[in-house]
Design a binder for this molecule. Structure first.
Ligand code: 13P
Length: 251
């Protein structure tokens, strides 16, 4: 089955609402002919400006996090109900920076993924190992464990619609990209985990991104690997020229 590549920028904590709108206006003409599904993951405060700027275009907007409860005494948090009310179609869940700095666990990632789906928001669920784990030979069991935990209680129909982003922590923001083979190896492991948990049809439908120092020079080779269906792009998604080259990938 042919999967449509899905290429998402993760802006992290960058850009004000005005900067977001200006950036998207400049980006849209550069990406308009792309055949891929394209997303910009923007800070919460940029969501209204980004949604407005991207309206009617081929760029979709994602939030970078959400809480799993609908509402309540959770100071500083944003719920799926709030994102849904704004028309946000995607949310990045369980990024390694959130796991490291904001104490997210496999359990909260699963709660968030289930909550996102209940609001009709598609989660982009992140996983990936540290360099120490890779060197200790536990990469496969670690990433498989993260994926199994994230998908707990999800139906196969749900799993067919979600996105998993494999982001080795040692490759994030380091300029040290995984090789095409390393990235594809882990994306294959993830697809096999899903095949074991569900079935072949579900595994083949699932889109798996690679993230970690993706740039305009290495993206096409990474995305052409058989189990990599696009990317989650940090630093290079903040530059119109770079992101438009990455977004223009042709299979
Ligand atoms: P970089 O592309 O800056 O390495 O970041 C990757 C990432 O964390 C995307 O979510």
């Amino acid at each position: 089955m042919k999967r449509t590549p899905i290429i998402a920028g993760n802006w992290k904590m960058n850009k004000t609402p005005d900067e977001a709108a200006a950036f998207i206006k400049e980006l849209l003409p550069e990406i308009k002919d792309s055949k891929n599904e394209l997303i910009a993951g923007v800070p919460f405060v940029c969501l209204p400006a980004a949604l407005e700027a991207a309206k009617g275009s081929n760029l979709k907007i994602a939030a970078q996090n959400m809480h799993w409860k609908e509402s309540g005494a959770y100071t500083g948090e944003v719920s799926g109900a709030m994102l849904k009310s704004m028309g946000v179609p995607y949310v990045i869940i369980g990024h390694s920076e959130r796991r490291e700095y904001f104490a997210e666990t496999d359990e909260t990632v699963n709660l968030k993924a289930k909550a996102a789906l209940s609001y009709g928001i598609t989660p982009i669920i992140c996983c990936g190992e540290t360099l120490e784990q890779r060197e200790a030979g536990i990469m496969e069991s670690w990433v498989s464990g993260q994926v199994k935990a994230a998908l707990q209680d999800l139906t196969k129909e749900q799993v067919k619609t979600i996105v998993i982003a494999y982001e080795p922590i040692w490759a994030i923001g380091t300029g040290r990209t995984a090789t095409n083979e390393q990235a594809n190896e882990v994306c294959t492991i993830i697809r096999n985990v899903v095949k074991d948990l569900y079935d072949e049809e579900t595994a083949e439908a699932l889109r798996i991104q690679y993230g970690g120092s993706v740039n305009a020079a290495n993206s096409a080779d990474l995305f052409s690997m058989d189990n990599i269906d696009g990317g989650l792009v940090g630093g290079a998604s903040l530059k119109v020229k770079d992101f438009s080259v990455i977004a223009g990938y042709e299979c």
